[in-house]
Structure formats: structure tokens, C-alpha cells
Design a protein around this ligand. Structure first.
Ligand SMILES: Cc1cc2nc3c(=O)[nH]c(=O)nc-3n(C[C@H](O)[C@H](O)[C@H](O)COP(=O)(O)O)c2cc1C
Ligand code: SF4
Ligand code: SF4
Length: 447
């Protein structure tokens, strides 16, 4: 059976599944029960200075649902912990003593000055915790006070605080990044320059989930007003994966340990983050939606998949997808696909036809010989995949690679790799081709 144990920055945990800093990790009662269910570690709900912050007393969450009311995105206007620092520290120390094999990371957020960081780091070290995570991510409330995302959006501040933390603590330092930034590589590079041991990402995305059309106010609504909050859950996973991939392949941060966060709900989500290089993954919304027991399915699902694939340990597949993330310009233009409809699976709903007819390339029939029938017209199909994405039946439409001759372009398909950098339509290509060592075979150049 696959071994799920991880060693991240020297911190071991029996599996890569950590609870992210959030309500699930706000107190001993929660974390204790989370560990009983099998979570490999936790990042304790962000600690701040005393007196503790004060949360709103009205609704603090809003959600986006799928048609089956499955929660797809969660918005929150909660702040960091609103419990006294001492209470948290005592509980952290006790939980770590009781669960020595689980990872205990403490999330921190204090004003952007050296003294408060130095002070809180010393207190955390006394608890026996395994590491700290610097919360440079919260996009609401704390950022208005010059903390959270207000720090995470300025690479120089990230570098400065990371450096203080490394100077004043022996604990591994993880910098938690905000996605509310144009290019995630800049804060990640700053974290590395500051000496941080790892980055974790993503924190929540600035958002308003809806406007109440009776009150004309954002939701969640507090006495007639609303403010932006932080968005998370399944809807943010694609954004998180892209940011993780960017850091994984940036020459300045390549190899930097990462803890992946954002919409992880199933073992498959977790495996995807790990395949991009993450050493551990963190989960919040899935635990808040389905309870701590989801970790059982995550662990068994990951273990079964690893067994099936022959991966004995997490390291056997960690990072294997990272080299396959590239820029558009390097994609093979000689890779030609056509849609294929499995007539036995087709329920004749017509969605593929409408989508292709109205917004793609008029490449799917609706009638053939007077009968309702959906078939791909290879002469028109550009292989865009839209029909696959809109078809309600799984695997009913698939994309098939064709070789030899493309009936659409009426040209042979070169069996070599050719990309935009050397395509005749690329104004920059001519110059490059003159310097190229190998002759480049190009696709439908006259298109
Ligand atoms: C209600 C709530 C409170 C949160 N509080 C914190 C926090 O105190 N510190 C922090 O670093 N992240 C906080 N987060 C962000 C999560 O740790 C995590 O980065 C984010 O929710 C994305 O993961 P998910 O999609 O699995 O929820 C909070 C998230 C939620 C939903
Ligand atoms: S792949 Fe695109 S072009 Fe081809 S049939 Fe499907 S929607 Fe139409
Ligand atoms: S969308 Fe799928 S099920 Fe519906 S007609 Fe097209 S192929 Fe058939």
C-alpha cells in the first residue's frame, strides 16, 4: 500500500493533508477531532496581538452554488482569531504534545514592524509548534489595517518580514501568498529572497458573491451594508493551480517548497497540486462543507490511485506535471484533433450542435437524412473541445488525434513538432529560423 507520509521542511506528517488556517483550526476542540479523523497536520487559525480582533455579529459567509446546490464558492468576511493569544498558545502546546506525529504550523499576522514579529515568534516557539506561516493574504478587514494582503501585495514588505522571522526564530517559515496580485512570481521571489523556507498558496480572492436585490446591498449583508470578502472553495482551484505552476517553473523560485491551497475537495484535487510540485496541501472549504471526515476519502482515494499507478510514495509523482507547463508559443501546432461522438452514449440533447453552430465552427450536424442525429463534420472541426465541455454525458464526446491529412485545411499534417515561434505567420519567426540549427516543419502556413 502506498506510503502517504510527507516530510515538508523537516516537518513530518502521516499524510499530505493539512487543514488550512481558518475556522476548522481555530481551537483545540476542532483540531483534536480533526486529528482523530486522520488529518496529517494543521495550520492554526491566524494569531494576532492582544487585544483580539472583533468579528461582525451578523452573517460572515456568502456562497455560489451549482444547480444541485452543491457549494462551488464560499465568500467570508471573517478576520483572524478573535480569541486571546494566551488561550491559543496554551491550546497549541497541548495539542502538539498530544499529537506529536502531526504537523502543527501556527499562522501569524501582526503589524509590519520588527518588534511585534520578534515577540510573537518567541511565544510560538515555546509551544513546541513545528513551524510558522506568515499570513500575508487576508484581503478584507486586516488589510485595511496595513496587514494581510496589504503586506502580500508589496514584495519588499514580504522580503523584509520574512527576513525578520528567519532572524528571530529557528522554526521553518512558510509565507502564505495572496492571489490578489497581478503576477504571483514577484511575491514568491520576494519570499525566497527574504529567506523563507516555503510558500503556501493561495489565500482567498477579493470578492463580492452577490447583491441582494431587495436591499440593494452586497451579501452577506450587515444592517444594510456589505463589504468585499475572501473567495475560496472549488471555484478558485484553477486560479490556485496556475499560480502554483508559475512558481514551480519560474527560474528564480524553481524547487522552492510549496504547500498548495485552493478548492481542494477530493484526492484528485490534492494529487494535481502535488503533481505540480506541492509537498503538502491545505484544505478549508471542503472541511467546512463536509466535515473533518472528508480526509478519510481523500487519503484512501490518493492511496488507491498511487497503488494503481505504482507510486510507492508521494515523492514518486510530486512535481511530475511541472515540466509540462509551458507558454502558449511552444505548443505543438502540428497536433491536430477532431471531435468523436459515441452514438451509443449520445442522448440526442443537441447541446453540442447548438454550441458549435452558434459559437464555434458549424461542425456538428443536427439532422442527417431527415433523422435527428449528431455527427462531427471533420471538414469543419477545428478540434476546439467546446462540444466536449458542454455535453452532459461523460465521455460521450472525445477528442481524437489525427495524422497524415487534415480534411479541414486540405493539407498534410507534418509529423514533426512545430510551434508559433517558427511559424511563417509570426513576424518574429523569419529571423529565428535563419538561426535555427534544425529545419522546422510547419503546419497550415497559409491559414
Ligand atoms: C472563514 C474563513 C476564514 C479564514 N481565515 C483565515 C485566516 O485566519 N488565516 C489565513 O491564512 N487564511 C484564512 N482563510 C483562508 C484559508 O486558509 C484558505 O487559504 C482558503 O480558504 C482557500 O482554501 P479552500 O479553497 O480550501 O477554502 C480563511 C478562509 C475562510 C473560509
Ligand atoms: S471540437 Fe469544436 S469545432 Fe469540433 S465539433 Fe466540437 S465544438 Fe465543433
Ligand atoms: S451534447 Fe452529447 S449527448 Fe447531447 S447531442 Fe451532443 S453528443 Fe449527444
Amino acid at each position: 500500500m502506498a506510503n502517504l507520509a510527507t516530510n515538508f521542511l523537516g516537518i513530518s506528517s502521516p499524510n499530505p493533508f493539512w487543514l488550512a488556517s481558518a475556522p476548522p483550526t481555530d481551537k483545540e476542540y476542532n483540531v483534536q477531532r480533526a486529528f482523530e479523523q486522520g488529518w496529517g497536520g494543521v495550520v492554526w487559525k491566524t494569531l494576532g496581538e492582544d487585544p483580539p480582533v472583533v468579528n461582525v455579529n451578523g452573517p460572515r459567509y456568502g456562497a455560489i452554488y451549482g444547480p444541485d446546490r452543491r457549494l462551488l464558492g464560499l465568500n467570508n468576511i471573517e478576520l483572524i482569531t478573535d480569541r486571546a493569544l494566551d488561550t491559543n498558545l496554551e491550546e497549541i502546546a497541548r495539542v502538539k504534545r498530544n499529537w506529536p506525529d502531526r504537523a502543527m504550523i501556527v499562522s501569524l499576522m501582526v503589524p509590519c514592524e520588527e518588534a511585534p514579529w520578534q515577540k510573537i515568534l518567541a511565544l510560538v516557539e515555546e509551544t513546541g509548534a513545528d513551524g510558522v506561516e506568515l499570513n500575508f493574504g487576508c484581503p478584507h478587514g486586516m488589510s485595511e489595517r496595513g496587514m494581510g494582503a496589504a503586506v502580500g501585495q508589496v514584495p519588499e514588505y514580504i522580503e523584509m518580514v520574512a527576513r525578520w522571522c528567519k532572524q528571530h526564530s529557528k522554526l521553518p517559515v512558510i509565507v502564505k501568498l495572496t492571489p490578489n496580485i497581478t503576477d504571483i512570481r514577484f511575491p514568491a521571489r520576494a519570499a525566497r529572497r527574504g529567506g523563507a523556507d516555503a510558500v503556501s498558496l493561495i489565500n482567498t480572492i477579493s470578492s463580492i458573491v452577490s447583491i441582494d436585490l431587495d436591499n440593494f446591498a452586497p451579501t452577506p449583508t450587515i444592517d444594510g451594508k456589505g463589504s468585499h470578502g475572501g473567495y475560496c472553495g472549488p471555484a478558485v482551484k484553477p486560479i490556485a493551480l496556475n499560480m502554483v505552476a508559475e512558481i514551480a517553473r519560474d527560474p528564480e523560485t524553481i524547487g522552492m517548497p510549496m504547500s498548495g491551497i485552493g478548492g481542494i475537495t477530493t484526492w484528485r484535487d490534492a494529487a494535481e497540486f502535488i503533481a505540480l510540485g506541492c509537498g503538502t496541501v491545505q484544505v478549508c472549504t471542503a472541511a467546512m462543507t463536509y466535515g473533518f471526515k472528508v480526509v478519510k476519502e481523500m487519503s484512501s482515494g490518493l492511496s488507491d490511485w498511487m497503488d494503481e499507478k505504482g507510486y510507492a510514495s508521494i515523492e514518486d509523482f510530486r512535481g511530475r506535471a511541472a515540466p509540462n507547463v509551458t507558454d502558449w508559443q511552444y505548443l505543438n501546432l502540428n497536433y491536430v484533433t477532431k471531435a468523436r461522438i459515441d452514438q451509443d452514449k449520445c442522448i440526442s440533447c443537441g447541446r453540442c450542435h447548438i454550441a458549435c453552430e452558434d459559437t464555434s465552427h458549424q461542425a456538428i450536424t443536427s439532422m442527417l437524412d431527415g433523422i435527428r442525429k449528431f455527427e462531427v463534420i471533420d471538414e469543419e472541426c477545428v478540434g476546439c473541445n467546446l462540444c466536449v465541455d458542454v455535453c452532459p454525458v461523460e465521455d460521450c464526446i472525445t477528442m481524437e488525434r489525427i495524422t497524415g491529412f487534415d480534411p479541414r485545411t486540405k493539407r498534410p499534417i507534418p509529423d514533426t513538432y512545430g510551434n508559433w515561434t517558427s511559424h511563417p505567420n509570426n513576424p518574429m519567426a523569419k529571423e529565428r529560423r535563419q538561426h535555427a540549427a534544425e529545419p522546422v516543419v510547419l503546419p497550415d502556413a497559409a491559414e
